[in-house]
Design a protein around this ligand. Structure first.
Ligand SMILES: *Cc1c(COP(=O)(O)O)cnc(C)c1O
Length: 441
């Protein structure tokens, strides 16, 4: 498609623009029908319609000024308090709403850096110790805030190796990280054991529950075996949880929580010398979208514990059904023992990326993963009705890949295969940077 390079001299009629946008949207991933297994967390049209109303009501409001918009201040404080209560927090736990999991993680890492500057002055090169499966947002935080990441290995079960992690703690470690669960394989790290190490060393411990924060508490209540991961675990000093994932809120809503008000203070930013006035900002962004804050509040209040339990149970049952279906196909197996409705699968007999391409052709979208090569699935309540057709297409696709020896050299399989096998990761980074230049032309 040709790209416009200037603002139109005269405005284009709104109807025309809306219909153009509608037809562009038809080319996008078809998440509404449950064919996309990532990116969108959908709890049905009725809920989405309600969220849009709540979002629209605060469409123009700006959360940067709680004084101008006490409504947003109340929404935010209540979302934080409700999230804290759900995650085992007491009255000493304080937090902030952010635009998403990445911002929550950036803020937590920045808070630990500031905290360490004050309380660990001998540390000149602060380190973040995290499992290799932790989300890249931690790498981003290190990249932005000049921290060093130290990676601990995971075992065959894809959980952080506690003994190996203990060995990697140094005098420069200011914070350790565990995921509940980690995105790639949906397994929870041994939070209790890891946080005990951090407590003993008197350093921070951040639980990344961006994905599981609004899922695990309900699964626990439903009787699924969930290892402790929240503020009830001694040594856990902060948690991130995304309302815009399994909280089924509008995009742009996450919560970062701290064990104490003192720790949260290290996150805040104040500049009092500006001619424009005394400037105070709790998180990364300046302007904060009122709609996202309002919709998060509306989601928690309208779905309620009962609704979340129902959504969690439905997602979990569907995930189990899909995992069983995959396990029943020769050559495919699930990686590790997933703790919730997120998992990945691989093959010991054929090219899993070629299978991904065959599924693409049938309209399904599955994310590709590496080390080991696998396909990823994030299951929500919206997938209930597609579990069966998915498995039948998967079975058909496996046949297709097995009978087509050229499958690995075609489609995107060749590219993913090469990217996963190249030992020179810097070369892969360079290749991806070139691609980004091209995409964001
Ligand atoms: C999604 C996710 C993040 C990042 O959240 P964004 O909202 O995409 O910025 C961090 N950690 C985990 C485990 C996640 O699943």
């Amino acid at each position: 498609m040709s790209v416009k390079t200037s603002i139109p001299g005269k405005g284009i009629p709104k109807d025309e623009l809306l219909s153009r946008m509608e037809s562009m949207r038809n080319m996008d991933a078809d998440w509404r029908s449950g064919k996309t297994w990532s990116l969108v967390y959908y709890a049905g049209e009725d809920h989405t319609g309600f969220l849009k109303k709540a979002h629209n009501m605060f469409f123009s409001e700006n959360g940067l000024s709680p004084l101008a918009f006490p409504s947003l201040k109340t929404f935010e404080n209540e979302v934080i308090a409700m999230t804290s209560g759900m995650l085992g927090g007491d009255e000493n736990v304080f937090g902030t709403m952010t635009s998403g999991g990445t911002e929550s993680i950036l803020m937590a890492m920045k808070a630990y850096r500031q905290w360490a500057r004050k309380t660990m002055p001998s540390v000149k090169e602060p380190e973040v110790l995290l499992p290799v499966t932790a989300h890249p947002a931690f790498e981003k935080a290190a990249h932005y805030f000049d921290l060093k990441t130290v990676h601990s290995p995971v075992g065959n079960d894809f959980k952080a190796d506690v003994n190996a992690t203990r060995e990697l703690v140094s005098d420069n470690t200011i914070v350790m990280v565990g995921s509940a669960p980690a995105y790639p394989h949906g397994v929870i790290d041994p939070i209790t054991e890891l946080a005990a190490i951090a407590k003993q060393k008197e350093i921070g411990f951040h639980v990344d529950s961006c994905l599981g924060g609004f899922m695990l508490p309900w699964l626990n209540k439903l009787g699924y075996p969930i290892t402790p991961f929240d503020f009830s675990v001694p040594g856990v000093t902060s948690i991130s949880a995304d309302v815009h994932k399994y909280g089924y809120a509008a995009k742009g809503a996450s919560v970062v929580l701290y064990r104490s008000k003192e720790l949260r203070r290290h996150q805040f930013f104040v500049y009092s010398d500006w001619p424009g006035g005394i400037y105070a900002s709790p998180s990364m962004t300046g302007t904060r979208a009122g709609g996202s804050i309002a919709a998060a509040w509306a989601a928690l209040n309208s779905i309620g514990e009962e609704g979340y339990m129902r959504l969690a149970e439905s997602a979990m049952k569907t995930a189990k059904a899909v995992m069983e279906g995959i396990g029943g196909i020769k050559g495919l197996y699930i990686l590790g023992k997933p703790d919730m409705s997120v998992f990945s699968f691989a093959s010991d007999t054929f090219d899993i990326f070629a299978l991904g391409d065959a599924m693409d052709r049938r309209g399904w979208h599955l994310d590709r993963q590496q080390f080991p090569s696998s396909l990823h699935m994030m299951v929500t309540a919206a997938h209930e009705k597609v579990a069966e057709p998915f498995i039948s297409d998967l079975r058909e696709s496996v046949e297709e890949v097995i009978t087509n020896p050229k499958a690995s050299a075609e489609g995107t399989a060749a590219m993913y295969g090469m990217a996963a096998s190249l030992p020179d990761r810097k070369a892969v980074d360079g290749f991806v940077l070139d691609l980004m230049d091209e995409i964001f032309e």
